[in-house]
Design a protein around this ligand. Structure first.
Ligand code: MG
Length: 394
């Protein structure tokens, strides 16, 4: 019932406000911004998420299609986006839609460098298992060329836990071993957030999440440096970007369908979604308020002052700007005075509009954005009472 009542109010607002507001969401509705969130709850001013056309899943016979915003690193045709660690043309084999490590030719890496990402990569160990432990179907996916998400034929193969397929090698074992038999393609979907440091101090340690064949094997595992063999890895800063490297561990492991998506920045690097510092929140709120005030300027018109007034008042939700506050109050007082001057039949036609404006005033005072003594609020409430509009429609 409560939701329904609110919905009625919102529909009224849609008529009053810009078409943009109508498209993106209600105003004066959810709880306003606070010290850690620059946006209100359900904020119509908040930017829309990007639209992505999803891809398709892979089968053993055929790799799937990447999503529309993926950056393709290997589509099965050539190694033009790859090189050796010395910057020479990559010498791995390309055949039937996959690339295969040629033992002794060394690791390969992408020419492109990137940091935080959603990475998709598929790999297959040799169909006929050879060797055991770390010596069976070993390769590796090195994020930023630094930390290794292990590639190993862990199917019915015993080795140390932090060296299995899906391990953050030398640091954290996979939570499970959901492997298909050797020869079949295994799918890794990785979410990588690199460590962010400022002045030698960690702002965000960085995390890696890995799904193997759709099963979670690393759950937001904290980054503890590059990992590695035998040595205890320690947390520390990473560069902003690095290449993706694939290991030559002497086994002809195959890879296909390699792509990544860039991820939006975290609060620690200027992103405005998530839990922000008070300083960053206030800076963003100021920016939003300024943009809305600018927009209000465009809307303010002597013939129809209401849309501009409401938009200006909206800016106060983000920043208590004294000039905007005074102007809002003046416009609101004029609006109410204007109502009082209307002929009874004209005023009667404004019932819904007036009640909606009153709701806006109530919202702003309820959240302490306007003082409880805000004159036009009391004036408009009195007018509503005088007209009997506070009673349920007969
Ligand atoms: Mg390896």
């Amino acid at each position: 019932m409560k939701t329904f009542a609110f919905a009625v109010v919102i529909c009224g607002f849609c008529v009053l406000q810009t078409s943009l507001a109508a498209q993106t969401g209600p105003r004066f509705y959810g709880d306003p911004p606070d010290d850690h969130h620059p946006w209100a709850v359900h904020d119509g001013n908040r930017p829309q998420p990007i639209t992505v056309t999803p891809g398709t899943f892979s089968s053993q016979e055929r790799p799937g299609k990447p999503p529309s915003d993926a950056i393709i690193l290997f589509d099965g045709t050539d190694l033009s986006k790859w090189e050796t660690s010395k910057g020479q043309p990559a010498k791995w084999l390309v055949k039937d839609g996959y690339m295969e490590a040629v033992p002794g030719t060394g690791e390969i890496r992408t020419k492109e460098k990137f940091g935080d990402c959603q990475l998709h990569i598929e790999w297959a160990a040799p169909a006929t298992p050879k060797g055991e432990g770390q010596g069976r179907g070993n390769s590796g996916v090195f994020l930023m060329g630094m930390l290794e998400i292990q590639v190993l034929d862990s199917y019915h193969n015993v080795t140390y836990a932090d060296g299995h397929a899906g391990a953050y090698y030398g640091v954290n074992p996979p939570m499970a071993l959901p492997l298909r038999p050797p020869g079949e393609f295994q799918v890794y979907d990785i979410v990588f957030r690199r460590p962010i440091y400022k002045d030698g101090k960690p702002l965000d340690p960085g995390y890696v999440t890995v799904f193997m064949n759709g099963v979670l094997v690393q759950d937001h595992t904290m980054i503890e440096g590059p990992g590695g063999h035998m040595g205890r890895s320690r947390p520390g800063p990473f560069p902003a970007k690095g290449p993706l490297s694939l290991q030559d561990h002497g086994d002809p492991v195959r890879f296909r369908n390699i792509w990544y998506r860039e991820l939006p920045p975290r609060p620690a690097e200027g992103g405005t979604d998530g839990w922000l510092s008070t300083e960053a929140t206030m800076a963003k709120r100021k920016e939003i308020a300024a943009a809305i005030r600018k927009d209000a300027e465009q809307l303010i018109s002597p013939d129809n002052p209401l849309p501009g007034m409401l938009r200006l008042m909206e800016s106060l939700v983000y920043e208590k700007d004294e000039t905007a506050m005074q102007k809002s109050e003046r416009m609101a007082a004029e609006y109410v005075e204007g109502l009082k001057r209307l002929a009874p039949d004209k005023l009667a036609g404004k019932r819904d509009e007036v009640r909606n404006v009153s709701e806006v005033f109530k919202y702003l005072t309820r959240h302490g954005i306007l003082p409880a003594t805000f004159g036009p609020k009391n004036a408009i409430e009195q007018l509503i009472k005088d007209q009997g509009w506070d009673k349920k429609r007969q």
